[in-house]
Design a protein around this ligand. Sequence first.
Ligand SMILES: [Zn+2]
Length: 95
Amino acid sequence: MAGGPDHERGVSPKRVVIVLEYTGSVKDYIAASQDHGSVFSVPEQCPHPDCRAAGCLIRWGTYTRTAITGEADYRLPIQRVRCKACGRTHSLLPD
Ligand SMILES: [Zn+2]
């Protein structure tokens, strides 16, 4: 979970993944998800370079992603958001 793609470039027009900075560990992320339902708030602006609509993102369910850290596998709940302006869905991934 280090590095992360440059999401500003938007290489894939169909599936934009938003990588947000998260300073905690995988365990912290899971604990925070369970405490608050979602670690990250919905972004202000659509991340798609052709859209960039503000205030159009709504929560669009979650899915589970497996992270392998070396010592164990973790199931990470990933928040998805949908843009009402362009209809695309985006995933909010921890970095
Ligand atoms: Zn959009």
